[in-house]
Structure formats: structure tokens, C-alpha cells
Design a protein around this ligand. Structure first.
Ligand code: SAH
Ligand code: DHB
Ligand code: MG
Length: 222
């Protein structure tokens, strides 16, 4: 099935279900102009994150991997009144672009961009911050298992966790892959199998960003 069809279908649903939005358009344009890689979630995926965050009435959202804050804006717009979003980014230029995009979106009062290695920033939050209601994991995939375990310690029963890019054109099924990203996703998935209080699934997706997928989990009582 040609990728053109996947993009055409995305476009059809975008036209009908995603009203034109100057802030989101300007965010993507700024990301391109600032030389950021074109790896933000697609518009339909961004809206899915928004709907999921709304469905669980999220007051506290955590994101790992900000890039230019495109996904951040979608999720922050789902925050219940008084809610907060914390997003972690290692690249100071990405964080700078993200802050400007959030300013334009009038979300700076609700969103905090923290700069550093996500593993370090997550460690620093342990035992210090209130648990999060909704988490989007979207940084380096090689560390997926590390991030998932750290996120679990920042969760409560009912927390929803979504992990991006868990399929990578099907490469995740190759146990002998020498791709560190694939091995990280496989370690995370194998570890999840040992956690009876976490209920998870993974969904393969096609669209404007080709063939990939999401993992979604909900944390239960320990
Ligand atoms: N969530 C964004 C896309 C994130 S792309 C969106 O959909 O709009 C992945 C981001 O993770 C990049 O900006 C990259 O710089 C960042 N990243 C990579 N390794 C990281 C690390 N170790 N700690 C924190 N951020 C990291
Ligand atoms: C890529 C895509 C992503 O959504 C991401 O978070 C990181 C990398 C990619 O296509 O390389
Ligand atoms: Mg991603």
C-alpha cells in the first residue's frame, strides 16, 4: 500500500475533523525554519493525545521529548483548569524554540520546559512531585525501558502512559535487530510483561509519518 494513500487519508480526516489552527500551523513552520527535524506527531496523532488527556481529565501531564512543543501544545490544551504540564528536553535549541511556540500558544503559564537528560530529570522528580495523570514518552527510544520504569514511579493508579514510535516500520518484531532504539522498545515491552499491575497494548499506525505505532498503558493498584 503506497505511503501516498496514508497521507491522503490523514489529509481527508484533518480537513473534516481538525479545524484550521493558526497556532499549530505556525508552530510547525517555526520548527522547520529553526532546523528542527520533522519528527513531531502528525496532526491526527496530536489530536488523539489531546482527546486521551481530556478523557482522563488530566490535571498533571508529563512529556519526555519536547522537540518544538507541537505535541505539547495539543496536550496542554486538554488540561483541566489549574492543570500543569512538564516537558523534558535535552537539546537547548529545541527547548528555546518550544518555549517561543508555547508563548505564541499562550500556554507558558501552564507548561514548564525542563532542559537536561530525561533520565536525570526524572530521577530528580522522584519523591518530590505529585504523581502525573497522563504521560507521553517520546524521546530517545533506546531508553524506553528506563523511562517507563521512572514514569511508573511518578504515577498513581489510573495514570495513562502513551509511548510513541514503538513499531518503527515493523522492525520491533526483529529480536536480533542491532538498532539500539528497537532493543530499547523490546526491553520495555518484555519488562511490562513482568508487571501484572500495568495493563498495556500496542497499536500499529500508518499515516503522514509512515508506518509506526503507539503503546498505551494504564497503571493499576500495586
Ligand atoms: N514530542 C515531540 C517530538 C519529540 S522528538 C512532538 O511530537 O512534537 C524527540 C525529542 O527528544 C527531541 O527533541 C530530542 O532532542 C529529545 N531527546 C533525545 N534524547 C533525549 C534525552 N536523553 N533526554 C531528553 N530529551 C531527549
Ligand atoms: C522519529 C520519529 C519520532 O516520532 C520520534 O519521536 C523520533 C524519531 C524518526 O522518524 O526518526
Ligand atoms: Mg515520536
Amino acid at each position: 500500500m503506497p505511503e501516498q494513500v496514508w497521507s491522503d487519508v490523514d489529509e481527508f480526516f484533518e480537513q473534516h475533523l481538525l479545524p484550521a489552527d493558526d497556532v499549530l500551523r505556525a508552530t510547525l513552520e517555526t520548527n522547520v525554519a529553526e532546523g528542527l527535524p520533522p519528527i513531531a506527531v502528525t496532526p491526527p496523532q496530536g489530536k488523539l493525545l489531546h482527546l486521551l488527556a481530556r478523557a482522563c481529565n488530566a490535571r498533571r501531564i508529563l512529556e519526555i521529548g519536547t522537540l518544538g512543543a507541537y505535541s505539547t501544545i495539543w496536550m496542554a490544551r486538554a488540561l483541566a483548569p489549574g492543570g500543569r504540564l512538564v516537558t523534558l528536553e535535552i537539546d537547548p535549541h529545541h527547548a528555546d524554540v518550544a518555549r517561543r511556540n508555547l508563548e505564541r500558544a499562550r500556554l507558558s503559564d501552564r507548561v514548564e520546559v525542563r532542559i537536561g537528560r530525561a533520565a536525570d530529570l526524572l530521577d530528580a522528580m522522584q519523591g518530590v512531585v505529585e504523581p502525573f495523570d497522563f504521560v507521553f514518552v517520546d524521546a530517545d527510544k533506546a531508553s524506553s525501558d528506563v523511562y517507563f520504569q521512572a514514569v511508573l514511579a511518578l504515577s498513581h493508579p489510573g495514570t495513562v502512559i502513551v509511548v510513541d514510535n514503538v513499531v518503527r516500520s515493523g522492525k520491533v518484531a526483529d529480536a536480533s535487530s542491532d538498532d539500539e532504539d528497537i532493543q530499547g522498545i523490546r526491553r520495555m515491552t518484555e519488562w511490562l510483561a513482568t508487571q501484572p499491575h500495568v495493563s498495556a497494548t500496542a497499536i500499529q499506525t500508518v499515516g503522514g509519518k509512515s508506518y509506526d505505532g503507539f503503546l498505551m498503558a494504564i497503571v493499576g493498584k500495586r
